[in-house]
Design a protein. Structure first.
Length: 209
């Protein structure tokens, strides 16, 4: 042991020997740090996976909203829509394509007499012509506007008999009307209303705000 100490002491006195000793010390230090990082890396990775928002394993799954909650969200949103109304007696179709933004609706009505561009604002309905707008009584004639009103449908399902329900499909029966509501990822996508003489197919799409 004494010989080894004398040997190291002599090496330390020499410039080359001192460099060798420093190199050995630095090499040992790097090896120790490397071993430490390797052994701690899995734990760090595990903690990161727990905190990462996109990690589906440890992240809470999205809450499934009740159909009533989905209705309230849809009513409050700007959305695009497409309505198809089929009269069973003569198989006549009415098609509405439009969008609701704030308190204004704009769209097109397609019927056997042609296509009408319309706007609904502050409770008034306008037919949009090439150079001006002309106020008209209603764009929904000959159908009952209340039938397709989201607020009316919402009130109906709250007091209706639910005859079938799955995760994405809800079917209600209300005064001879069958109301089928389909949703996708907590968003109402379609509402189908079957009455004694008409079928209403209502489609909605919107981006969350």
């Amino acid at each position: 042991m004494k010989k080894e100490s004398n040997f190291l002491f002599k090496m330390w006195q020499e410039k080359r020997g001192k460099a060798i000793i420093k190199l050995i010390i630095w090499s040992l230090f790097i090896i120790i740090v490397g071993i430490s990082l390797i052994t701690s890396k899995p734990q760090i990775k595990q903690k990161e996976e727990t905190k990462t928002p996109g990690n589906q394993t440890n992240q809470e799954q999205p809450k499934n909203l009740k159909i009533e909650e989905q209705f309230q969200i849809l009513i409050s949103q700007n959305y695009q829509y497409e309505y198809k109304i089929i009269t069973l007696e003569n198989n006549e179709n009415l098609i509405y394509k439009g969008e609701k933004e704030q308190n204004i609706e704009t769209g097109y009505k397609e019927s056997k007499i042609g296509i009408i561009k319309y706007k609904i604002e502050n409770g008034k309905t306008y037919q949009i012509l090439i150079e001006n707008e002309e106020e008209i009584a209603s764009i929904w004639d000959p159908i009952d506007e209340e039938i397709i009103s989201l607020k009316t449908i919402f009130e109906k399902i709250k007091t209706s008999e639910k005859i079938e329900e799955t995760e994405n499909v809800h079917i209600y029966y209300h005064n001879k009307e069958t109301i089928t509501i389909k949703s996708d990822k907590n968003k109402i996508s379609t509402i189908k209303i079957i009455t004694t003489n008409k079928i209403y197919e209502l489609k909605y799409s919107y981006e969350e705000q």
